[in-house]
Design a protein around this ligand. Structure first.
Ligand SMILES: NC(=O)c1ccc[n+]([C@@H]2O[C@H](COP(=O)([O-])OP(=O)(O)OC[C@H]3O[C@@H](n4cnc5c(N)ncnc54)[C@H](O)[C@@H]3O)[C@@H](O)[C@H]2O)c1
Length: 255
């Protein structure tokens, strides 16, 4: 445990499990207080165990990032319970494997709503909170290498489009908010072991081997492989870094 982020308050969406929870643990390990947002009831237990393990204030909030009213009230409750957040990590996300020709509008819309519109809503509310408190802010959006390369063999057009949107939203907000001292970056992971990828590899075991064979480092990432990068992006050491989406993929996209 170090204290690089001591005194900071972080909102982490998609924080009940997976990459969101792992990144929340990483920044809590640097002393930040944590507010987890998720639609899963597990969010309460995840926040309690994180706070217990790392000795920081930590609370879970049932917030659907696609709901304007949920997001607004979620940020209000964070301010009341913990204080004004100065870190936002947007990890809430979903994906579907669906041939585009068979994809109905509701399925397409749901992926865009969670991954892209949800990111817009939480960034906007965070921006308002920082503006009102006249304080510095650091945003880390969880994009994906799928925002710039097409996954194979699975068909995930809605996911690709949503993550490309997250990358562009990241750049747009970095420029728009540069003069109010809010930095906006993204991390773009390759394949990471989580419930999101397990939903495919458990039903198609050959898939994990196929993906692994395409990764020069020879393995899928563990969520903890992202820890140092997310801490860096929230820390003063990255003060001149904004508007970037940093790929962390074991060199998948290098070939
Ligand atoms: N696992 C990978 O290989 C991988 C690679 C690149 C990017 N990502 C991205 O990382 C992020 C986390 O994914 P993960 O692999 O941990 O998946 P996950 O399914 O384990 O976690 C996603 C979390 O988001 C939550 N969530 C979903 N919809 C929500 C909503 N409307 N409001 C609030 N929370 C919601 C889920 O309940 C879950 O807790 C996602 O944005 C995903 O696109 C994952």
């Amino acid at each position: 445990m170090s204290d690089e982020l001591a005194g900071r308050i972080a909102v982490v969406t998609g924080g009940a499990r997976g990459l969101g929870l792992s990144m929340a643990r990483a920044i809590a390990g640097q002393g930040a207080a944590i507010a987890l947002f998720d639609v899963l009831d597990d969010v309460t237990a995840s926040a309690a165990s994180l706070g217990g393990d790392l000795g920081v204030d930590s609370e879970g909030f049932l917030v659907d990032v696609t709901s304007d009213t949920d997001v607004v009230s979620g940020f209000r409750r964070v301010r009341e319970r913990l204080g004004t957040p100065s870190i936002l990590i947007n990890a809430a996300g979903i994906t579907v494997w669906s041939d585009t020709i068979d994809t109905d509008l509701a399925t397409w819309q749901r992926v865009i709503d969670v991954n892209l519109t949800g990111t817009f809503l939480t960034c906007r509310e965070f921006g308002r909170a920082c503006r009102d408190a006249k304080q510095h802010g650091d945003i880390v959006n969880v994009s994906s290498m799928s925002g710039r390369v097409v996954n194979v063999p699975q068909h995930q057009a809605s996911y690709h489009a949503s993550k490309a949107g997250v990358d562009m939203l990241t750049k747009a907000l970095a420029v728009e908010w540069a003069d109010v001292d809010i930095r906006v970056n993204a991390i773009a992971p390759g394949y990471v072991l989580s419930d999101m990828t397990r939903q495919f590899t458990e039903s198609e075991p050959v898939l994990a081997e196929r993906w692994r064979s395409m990764i020069p480092l020879g393995r899928m990432a563990e969520p903890a492989d992202l820890d140092a990068l997310v801490v860096f992006l929230c820390s003063p050491g990255s003060a001149y870094l904004t508007g970037q989406s940093i790929v962390i993929d074991g060199a998948y996209t290098a070939i």
